[in-house]
Design a protein around this ligand. Structure first.
Ligand code: PMP
Length: 455
């Protein structure tokens, strides 16, 4: 395998930056005019787009985005999963328009009948019997962690190094030397040293999990079924089963966050791989782009929580730290019902997964042709390449393969050729509207862009 020539890469990146700046004058002007926004963007992470300024959205439908300079892109970022159902799918649009228009009642403090429909649908897919709604996956994780601590009477959460579960204080942790837990680099002003709230373990390393659980203070193992925020790091055979066994043995709950791994199929990895979580979390995609999230509880966890609330030592109704004013609002429930019922169907997943398989084969063919030391991992409808081979086994290995300059070049070169990839890494997601021509175009462009690295 041949390593990338850094001088050549720097030249290519500079050329792509020039092309990007010349092609996007309107986006650039809007960015420069945004002097009342911190960092010139509505949310500081939007500065992650390479090229010096982000593209400004004009409109988006299905698998396509059109920017304010009039370019239309095949969108494989899909809002980092928020738009896994495609941009503004028709059923979701209608449901939202109904609630926002004639019926009214966007948020009222009253439940709607849509909530039970969605709860039953989530149970059919993911198996958990009881559900509560939030406005984001972050909130779902935060509130569910509180309930896990309440149910078990234990203070800590176990997470894996380089996992990501939203802006959840407990989760910014890495396994340090001699069994310690240390803060992840970049963690913004943690409220307390993370070792007080968290035990960190290493992905695919059951011994590290057992060592952490043996302290007897872990309320829940919080994990995705595959790491998806440091590239995709798949679980090795037996790892997820091992987590279930160890959680049970050491009295911890297993809390599965399927916000990204829902791409695995209609019932997520939980259904596809027969996982048995005690708490289940999902957000982003299930509302078709309308803010929402949810956590599902087993009967046993719900009963343990209820014992405390009945005894009066915890409050899940008023100001006890679980819930939010707009959580479970009528608009998000209407969007979830339409998106789950009519858009993210079993047939839609079949097509999305087939396309991701073709996408991955196209990337692998170019990696092989140009003898790049890269690898690609697929998780149902999602695929991601990483600048290392063989594929990393742990979050730490995957983090070590990060290459900001190469990332910037790949993103910008793809963008300049009409393809949008998820800006944080090299992730591509298929939606029900992605078509074979989009994937074929990606394969062509990917080959052209990596060929330039070699020429
Ligand atoms: N869980 C996982 C696995 C995620 O990847 C993310 C976001 N990337 C979140 C939770 C948080 O989602 P949100 O930012 O929408 O709250």
């Amino acid at each position: 395998m041949i390593a990338v020539d850094r001088a050549r890469l720097a030249g290519l990146l500079a050329a792509e930056q020039g092309t990007y700046a010349a092609a996007n004058p309107r986006s650039r002007a809007l960015y420069e005019e945004a002097t009342n926004l911190f960092g010139h963007v509505p949310m500081t992470w939007m500065n992650v787009w390479s090229g010096g300024f982000p593209l400004y959205l004009d409109h988006a439908r299905g698998a396509r985005i059109t920017d304010v300079d009039g370019h239309t892109y095949a969108d494989f970022a899909l809002g980092d999963t928020g738009a896994m159902a495609g941009h503004s799918p028709e059923p979701t649009r209608k449901a939202v328009a109904g609630r926002a228009g004639d019926r009214g009642g966007l948020t009222t403090m009253l439940p709607t009948a849509d909530a039970q429909w969605v709860g039953a649908e989530l149970t059919a897919r993911f198996g958990m019997p009881l559900w509560s709604f939030t406005l984001s996956a972050t909130d779902a994780n935060r509130w569910a962690i509180r309930l896990a601590r309440l149910a078990t009477g234990r203070p800590k959460v176990l997470v894996f190094g380089y996992s990501y579960h939203g802006s959840v204080d407990e989760a910014f942790a890495l396994a340090g030397p001699d069994g310690t837990t240390i803060s992840r680099p970049g963690n913004v002003a943690p409220p307390v040293p993370v070792g007080l709230t968290t035990r960190a373990a290493v992905w695919n390393d059951l011994a590290s999990v057992e060592t952490a659980l043996a302290h007897g203070d872990v309320a829940a193992i919080l994990t995705e079924p595959a790491l998806t925020n440091i590239g995709i790091v798949l679980p090795e055979p037996g790892f997820m089963e091992g987590l279930r066994t160890l959680a049970t043995r050491y009295g911890a709950l297993l809390m599965i966050d399927e916000t990204h791994t829902f791409s695995t199929g209609w019932g997520g990895a939980t259904r596809a791989w027969g996982l048995e979580p005690d708490i289940f979390v999902i957000g982003k995609s299930i509302g078709g782009g309308i803010p929402c999230g949810t956590y599902g509880l087993s009967e046993a966890v719900a009963a343990a929580v209820t014992r405390h609330t009945d005894a009066g030592d915890a409050d899940i109704v008023d100001v006890g730290g679980v819930g939010g004013t707009l959580a479970g609002n009528a608009l998000s429930l209407a969007a979830m019902r339409a998106t789950l019922g009519e858009v993210l169907t079993p047939e839609a997943f079949e097509g999305m997964i087939d396309l991701a398989t073709v996408f991955s084969a196209g990337v692998q063919a170019a990696i092989d042709e140009f003898e790049l030391p890269w690898s690609i991992a697929q998780l149902g409808a999602r695929a991601e390449y990483r600048f290392t081979s063989p594929a990393p086994r742990t979050g730490e290995e995957s983090a070590a393969a990060a290459d900001d300059e190469l990332d910037a070049y790949m993103h910008l070169a793809m963008c300049n050729r009409g393809i949008l990839m998820t800006p944080f890494h090299n992730m591509a997601l298929m939606c029900p509207d992605t078509d074979a021509a989009d994937v074929e175009r990606h394969t062509e462009v990917f080959r052209e862009v990596v060929a330039a690295l070699r020429a």
